[in-house]
Ligand binder design. Structure first.
Ligand code: HEM
Length: 468
């Protein structure tokens, strides 16, 4: 009893104190309220309690980072289930996949879900990178998160590549044989690296075991660890960058709304909708599986996994050191260095920085769209550098010289932009990245849809259907 004779208030539990802090308006006093409290508290570990309303717009982030995370979760869950029915040995691996498809409840569905989610993750993570790039969201203070993201993209590719071999069918065996052959071109350490990855001189049982252990332990663990850090950094760096229109001179002051329910409801609906769509897709479209791997019968053409076909296309045109090492190395260096030389905070959050930035991006993408196929055709049917420069080392005649001939016009264009239009760093970055990214997409499309037997150029409808 209190001094006034009223009953003493019940002691406040830990949940009560949490609830008062998290949801001041209060929740019903029942178990559901408590469960909700625990979930809310989990959510508020990931998100701040309030977020600017503007950052919730789909047309800014397109939910691409969130979708990457949903796909990673889905891959984790389906991957653990698949583990129960898989032996990383030749030929048992292939037999296990056959068994999984016909004799394991929902086995085929789980495999399809894993396969399609993994492929979608590459596309979504690249689109997320493009979004972050176009809105300048890699600039200080977010440079570290950009680097973490770029590292995760490399790991996502590595996870896909190591997983590609596991079904041990013809597709897997030859794609990995072609893909890993690039490793041997690394100067000095190439042979050693290739042997390390393959566990021997060529793809075999040791490679399967190596790839399997990387695929189920080191790579996913590192991705999940980096992902947690990536999320935490988004919070630490002040949340998402503030979206701003091309004509808004100043970052707008946006009303702040509570994360629960405004952000969480959107995230939940978005995640469930994507999971449902993927489930339906996985029910309708089976993951490919060809005949068991046969090292003596190479398919024609033998192609790397689709996400490396841009690289394989480059290898058809340039000396392997240029196509497989120098160009990808320079591209990776540019991605990692970007936040340190393009730092202007004024245009963060604005798609394409300015109207002129937008025009320049479309101009460079348009140029790449026309010039890349033209160059592929020229190099296929007309140019013959090695014959024109007989006696020259192949690295020069079929590598550095054609590369210089190609890059020179791009440098001249860049110079012209600076001199004639006083283009600044961020506009030049947009121009060059627009060109290089579009050119790489076109090369990938050529590799997927236009390369046939003997890696010759064909129309897509003339190509043999895989597995036939
Ligand atoms: C598995 C891959 C990835 C996951 C799960 C992921 C997840 C996320 C999420 C959930 C966000 C906040 C919401 C959003 O922007 O959509 C975010 C923001 C961000 N991400 Fe990623 N991300 C991934 C890959 C990348 C890559 C490849 C990069 C770039 C190289 C990157 C750089 C960033 C940056 C700089 C932000 C802050 C953006 C801003 O404030 O506007 N992330 N990421």
């Amino acid at each position: 009893m209190t001094e006034e004779g009223n009953p003493a208030p019940a002691p406040r539990s830990m949940f009560d104190r949490m609830r008062e802090r998290l949801v001041p308006d209060g929740l019903p006093e029942d178990d559901r309220g408590r469960i909700r409290m625990v979930v809310n508290s989990l959510v508020l570990h990931l998100h701040p309690a309030k977020v600017p309303e503007r950052t919730l717009r789909w047309t800014y982030s397109w939910g691409l980072g969130g979708l990457s995370a949903v796909l990673m979760m889905l891959l984790g869950v389906t991957g653990i289930i698949l583990l129960n029915n898989y032996t990383p040995a030749v030929p048992q691996a292939y037999l296990d996949i056959l068994e999984l498809r016909s004799n394991v409840w929902f086995g085929e569905l789980i495999r399809n879900l894993h396969h399609w989610s993994a492929n979608l993750l590459i596309i979504v993570a690249v689109l997320h990178l493009v979004r972050v790039f176009l809105t300048g969201a890699y600039r200080p203070p977010r440079e570290l998160n950009w680097l973490i993201g770029a590292g995760m993209l490399v790991l996502v590719l590595a996870a896909n590549f190591t997983g590609y071999l596991l079904p041990w069918d013809q597709l897997a065996f030859w794609a990995i044989t072609v893909g890993t052959s690039i490793l041997s071109y690394v100067p000095l350490a190439g042979e050693w690296l290739s042997r390390l990855a393959l566990g021997g001189p060529e793809v075999g049982g040791n490679t399967l075991l190596n790839f399997y252990s990387m695929h189920i332990s080191f790579i996913p663990l590192l991705i999940f660890a980096l992902m947690s850090y990536h999320f935490w950094r988004v919070r630490k760096d002040g949340g998402l960058t503030m979206p701003r229109g091309l004509d808004e001179a100043e970052p707008p002051i946006s009303e702040r709304v509570t994360t629960i329910p405004h952000l969480v409801r959107k995230e939940l609906v978005f995640a469930l909708a994507w999971i449902a769509a993927l489930l339906v897709f996985a029910m309708l479209v089976p993951a490919p599986l060809e005949d068991i791997a046969n090292p003596d019968v190479s398919p024609n053409p033998a192609k790397a996994p689709w996400y490396f076909l841009g690289l394989q296309e480059l290898l058809l045109h340039f000396h392997p050191l240029v196509a497989g090492i120098i160009l990808p190395g320079l591209a990776a260096l540019a991605v990692f260095m970007l936040p340190f030389f393009d730092t202007n905070p004024a245009s963060v959050g604005v798609y394409f920085r300015s109207r002129r930035g937008r025009s320049l991006t479309f101009l460079s993408a348009g140029l790449a769209l026309v010039l890349t196929p033209l160059w592929v055709l020229l190099d296929e049917y007309l140019l013959n550098w090695s014959a024109w420069l007989p006696g020259w080392p192949a690295l020069l005649s079929n590598g550095l010289i054609p590369l210089a001939v190609l890059l020179l016009p791009l440098f001249l264009l860049d110079e012209w932009l600076v001199r004639s239009f006083k283009a600044d760093t961020e506009e030049r970055v947009l121009f060059i990245a627009g060109f290089v990214f579009t050119a790489f997409l076109i090369l990938t499309a050529v590799g997927i849809f236009f390369r046939g037997p003997g890696m010759g150029l064909y129309w897509p409808w003339e190509l043999p259907v895989a597995g036939h």
